[in-house]
Design a protein around this ligand. Structure first.
Ligand SMILES: [Zn+2]
Ligand SMILES: [Zn+2]
Length: 162
């Protein structure tokens, strides 16, 4: 098979024999964001996603180096507003040349799952929500103040007198 005639499988499940027949493969694929709707809970809503892959044949294994990048819509950890954030992650994995398939979609989903552990801020200066009245401090200036130590002391006195 000629490299130029190879059609990238749309589900990103590659046949090991195809990769071997071509002596490796380098490709870049624009993926359909709607295929990642189920990743919303941990990775946010995917707006754009692209992957660059490189398959190298070693003596007994195939090494896959990948890079995924795109844009996702996430919620700010401080003010809860949704905003778009770009991402770029790398992965690499070895497969035995005896395995039948190389499931790249699985690797991509695993990589997206790791994005869930990151904190998202709409801006480094985000003031967040007021813990007392709940207003967005980036938009509204409220007069809430943190209860001072003396107010707590006075409350404690009232409770102990009862
Ligand atoms: Zn924010
Ligand atoms: Zn407030």
């Amino acid at each position: 098979m000629k490299y130029s005639e190879y059609e990238i499988p749309s589900d990103l499940i590659f046949k090991t024999e195809d990769i071997k027949a071509m002596g490796g493969l380098k490709c870049s694929v624009l993926l359909n964001p709607s295929d990642f709707e189920d990743c919303k809970d941990f990775a946010g809503k995917i707006k754009r996603i692209e992957t660059k892959l490189s398959f190298s044949i070693l003596s007994k294994e195939i090494l896959v180096n990948g890079d995924i990048s795109g844009i996702r819509e996430v919620e700010c950890s401080r003010c809860l507003k949704e905003f778009e954030k770009s991402f770029n992650e790398k992965f690499s994995q070895l497969y035995s040349t005896k395995s039948e398939i190389i499931d790249i979609m699985y690797l991509i989903r695993q990589t997206l799952a790791l994005l869930g552990g990151t904190r998202n801020l709409c801006s480094e200066e985000c003031k967040g929500l007021c813990p007392y009245c709940g207003c967005d401090r980036n938009e509204v200036h409220c007069d809430c103040k943190e209860p001072s130590f003396s107010q707590f002391a006075c409350l404690k006195e009232k409770i102990s007198k009862k």
